[in-house]
Design a protein around this ligand. Structure first.
Ligand code: HAM
Length: 443
C-alpha cells in the first residue's frame, strides 16, 4: 500500500487517459472555433457568492457539493473551486463590459471542475467539461445551433448512439405559477418525501422534480408538467427551437420532466445520454438557456445559452461501447528514429545527433544509457521506432548507418543528409502502413 494516494473521488490520468482526453479537448476546441466561439479562461476559484447567486442556493451543487477553500482572516472573502464554468464566464462577461461588444459574445472553455459529490463510476470530484456559452442572443436559432454543435461533438468523438432530451422550463412570466402548483402537489404528498426533499419543498420545489432519489421516482412521474403550463411566448420559443432542430435533422426526445439541477435555467433545457443509459451519472452533457443570469450577476438584462459536456464521461462511454473508443484511444505516435551507437560511453554524440533531428522537426529519441549496441537496438525496437540511426566508426568520415527496424535493411547516410533522409524514409514508411493506421476523426 503506498503511503499517499490521489484524493478520494479524483484520479490520476495516466498517459493513455491524458492522451485520449487531450484528443477530446482538441476536438472541442476545433469545433467551437469553427462555430465562432472564442476561448476564455476564468480562475479555478471564485467568490462563493458568484456560485450561490448564479447557480442558486437551494441546489445540490451549492448545498452539498461546493469545494470551499479555507478562508484567510485578512481577506474576509469566501472562495470556492468552480463546480461549473457558466457562472464564472458570466461574471467575466459583466466585469469586462462585454455587453458593449458585438452581441452575441460566444465564448468557450475546456477546464476542470470540482464537486464534492459522492464518488462513484462516472461521478468524480474533479472532472473535465467542454463548455460553450453564447451570451446576448435570445434565440431560438442559436438554441438549435448549440444543440447541433453538441451532437456533432459526440458523433465526431465516436459515440455511436446517444439521445438528446429536450424540454422548455418556462421563464419569469410563467414559471412562478407552475412552481406554486408543483409545491401544492408535493405538499399533498409530504409524507412520501425523503428528508432533503422535504426541506426543499417550500424553498425550491423544482429541485424535488430533479431529485436523484429513486424512492420518489413514481411521485415525480405523476407531477404536473411544466410544458403544459408555458406562457404563449415560451411555448412559441420552444416550438421554434424544435422547428430549427428538425430543419438541421438533429434527433431529440421531448422530456417534460427534465428541469436540470442548476437554478439559472429558463426556457430551453437539454441533456445528452448514451443510448440505453439514462442514469444520473451517465449524462454525457447538458445545457440550456439562462436569460436571467447576467442580470443576477450585476449586468444589464441579457439572454444567454450554453452547454457543458463531461469529457470524463464521454471517454468512459466510448470505452464501454462495442468496438471501443476508436481514434480517441489510438496509441501515442511512435518516434521516427532512435539514435544508438557502438561506443556505449559516447552519450554526447548520440544526444547531439538526436537534438539536431528534433530541431529539424523529427520525433527522435537517443539512447542515453550506457549499454551495448545490441541492447540499444533491442530497446529501440521495443519503443516502436521505425528507424535506428547507428553511430559507428564511419562517423569520422561523416557517415552513419540508417536501419529500417521493420524491414531489417540498413544503408549508409551522410550525417549532413540524415534529417532529410529520415523525413523522406518516414513518409514512405507511413504510406506503406496507411492501412494499419486508425481512421481519423471525421464528420
Ligand atoms: P451540468 O449538467 O451540471 O451542467 O454538468 C454538465 C456535464 O458535466 C454533465 O452532463 C456531466 O457530463 C458532467 N459532470 C457533472 N458532474 C460530474 C461529475 N461529478 N463527474 C463527472 N462528470 C460530471 C453544467 O455544469 C452547466 N454549467 C452547463 C451549462 C453551460 N449550461 C449552460 N451553459
Amino acid at each position: 500500500m503506498p503511503a499517499f494516494r490521489a484524493p478520494r473521488g479524483t484520479r490520476d490520468l495516466l498517459p493513455q487517459d491524458q492522451l485520449a482526453l487531450g484528443r477530446l479537448r482538441a476536438l472541442g476546441e476545433e469545433l467551437a472555433q469553427r462555430y465562432g466561439y472564442h476561448p476564455i479562461a476564468t480562475p479555478l476559484f471564485e467568490q462563493v457568492a458568484v456560485f450561490e447567486r448564479g447557480i442558486g442556493e437551494v441546489t445540490d451543487v451549492i448545498e452539498k457539493e461546493l469545494f470551499l477553500l479555507a478562508p484567510r482572516e485578512e481577506d474576509g472573502e469566501r472562495w470556492a473551486l468552480r463546480p461549473e464554468p457558466t457562472a464564472g464566464i458570466v461574471r467575466a462577461y459583466v466585469q469586462h463590459g462585454m455587453q458593449t461588444w458585438p452581441q452575441p459574445v460566444k465564448l468557450t472553455m475546456t477546464a476542470e471542475m470540482f464537486r464534492y459529490d459522492r464518488p462513484q463510476a462516472g461521478r468524480y470530484r474533479s472532472f473535465w467539461q467542454f463548455d460553450v456559452e453564447a451570451i446576448g442572443d435570445p434565440g431560438p436559432a442559436v438554441d438549435a445551433e448549440i444543440i447541433e454543435l453538441a451532437s456533432r461533438f459526440y458523433r465526431r468523438a465516436g459515440i455511436k448512439a446517444f439521445t438528446i432530451l429536450l424540454n422548455s422550463i418556462g421563464d419569469a412570466a410563467c414559471r412562478p405559477a407552475y412552481v406554486a402548483e408543483l409545491t401544492a402537489y408535493y405538499r399533498e404528498h409530504v409524507g412520501e418525501l425523503p428528508p432533503l426533499e422535504r426541506s426543499r419543498l417550500e424553498r425550491n420545489a423544482l429541485r424535488i422534480l430533479d431529485s436523484k432519489d429513486e424512492s420518489i421516482a413514481a411521485l415525480n412521474a405523476a407531477a404536473p408538467k411544466v410544458t403544459d403550463r408555458l406562457c404563449d411566448a415560451c411555448a412559441a420559443h420552444f416550438a421554434a427551437v424544435r422547428e430549427h432542430l428538425d430543419a438541421l435533422e438533429v434527433a431529440y426526445t421531448l422530456e417534460p420532466r427534465l428541469v436540470r439541477g442548476l437554478d439559472y435555467y429558463t426556457r430551453t433545457a437539454f441533456e445528452i445520454f448514451p443510448a440505453g443509459a439514462m442514469g444520473q451519472q451517465s449524462a454525457l452533457g447538458g445545457g440550456g438557456r439562462y436569460d436571467g443570469l447576467v442580470e443576477l450577476l450585476g449586468g444589464r438584462p441579457t439572454p444567454g445559452i450554453g452547454f457543458g459536456l463531461g469529457l470524463d464521461r464521454v471517454l468512459l462511454a466510448l470505452r464501454e461501447q462495442e468496438g471501443g473508443a476508436g481514434a480517441i484511444d489510438a496509441p501515442e505516435p511512435t518516434p521516427v528514429g532512435v539514435v544508438v551507437g557502438s561506443d556505449p560511453a559516447d552519450t554526447v554524440t548520440r544526444l547531439r545527433v538526436a537534438t539536431d533531428l528534433r530541431a529539424a522537426g523529427l520525433a527522435a529519441r537517443a539512447e542515453l544509457g550506457q549499454r551495448k549496441l545490441g541492447k540499444q537496438l533491442e530497446a529501440a525496437a521495443r519503443d516502436g521506432a521505425h528507424f535506428a540511426v547507428i553511430l559507428g566508426d564511419e562517423l569520422a568520415s561523416g557517415n552513419v548507418q540508417l536501419r529500417d527496424l521493420e524491414a531489417g535493411t540498413q544503408r549508409a547516410v551522410a550525417l549532413a543528409d540524415l534529417a532529410r533522409e529520415l523525413q523522406r524514409a518516414s513518409i514512405s514508411h507511413r504510406h506503406g502502413l496507411a492501412a494499419d493506421r486508425p481512421e481519423a476523426m471525421s464528420d
